[in-house]
Design a protein around this ligand. Sequence first.
Ligand code: ASP
Length: 317
Amino acid sequence: MKKFSIAIHGGAGTILKSNMTSEKEAAYRSALKTALGLGQDVLKNEGTALDAVEQAVRYMEDCPLFNAGRGSVYNALGGHEMDAAFMDGNGMNAGAVAAIRNIKNPISLARKIMEQSEHVFLVGDGAMEFARMHGLDFVEDDYFHNEHRYQQWQRIKDSARFQLDHSEEQKDKKFGTVGAVALDSYGNIAAATSTGGMTNKKFGRVGDSPIIGVGTYANNETCAISCTGSGEYFMRNVVAYDVSCLMEYKGLSLEAAAHEVIHDKLKKIGGGGGLIAVDALGNISMPFNTKGMYRAFALSDGQWGIGIYNDPINIMQ
Ligand code: ASP
């Protein structure tokens, strides 16, 4: 079997074992395992990295545990606006959407824009019109209702604060975006990211996730990346492209480049979060500077693992 790799994330943040019930942890592990398995099956069957990342992300968009698709957080108007991006490292084609509503799987819309339009980035009503023309699934507003996230929003909706998704205690340190990166047996890499953004974000606010080179990037010559964290900081640091540049111009390894950006450059300006990355050799890196990051990986040699907290992943075979 030819070499392949896949990594996924379900957001980073103040994720502490002490705040987690065993049921909740089991639910996250099981969702990550299923999403990983879907991507892995595509790659095992010699499918493309594009299909693998799309399948993994679609599953997480449909799962209310994550802040993307169905589980998207509430914005300041009590609605849901989603962002997503998709990038093919082979030829560096890309598609992205921002501030879209009522689309069941934003990641598939981003891919459609990549494959069937002359553009890279469509937002709001224009993106939704494109979705209608291409037969994407639409859902009603109540599809996105989630009592837990509604209460999250109720607690801060009358303030000017906006917050990330995954931590109750430190309310400004929670991120629940989902993403996937993969290398397929043809040597191509791809990246996909999808998010509901941040609780109580302003109507029209766009995060880092859909911005090519910031929250999402793929280039066969360097790496494929999907980020999660405080988008405003990721944008100012052009995080994903910075990792790629450190590899391209400075000759750093994937691990060294990703580590430098997350633990040094981003941290210095106060940015919290992490990323998942794969290179064309199949190496994987998943650094984060928060307490935890929902993450998982699988390689063609049979190794795989799931991590949540800030401890090494128990590698399974
Ligand atoms: N990066 C996302 C944003 O700022 C949030 C997240 O990672 O959960 O929209």
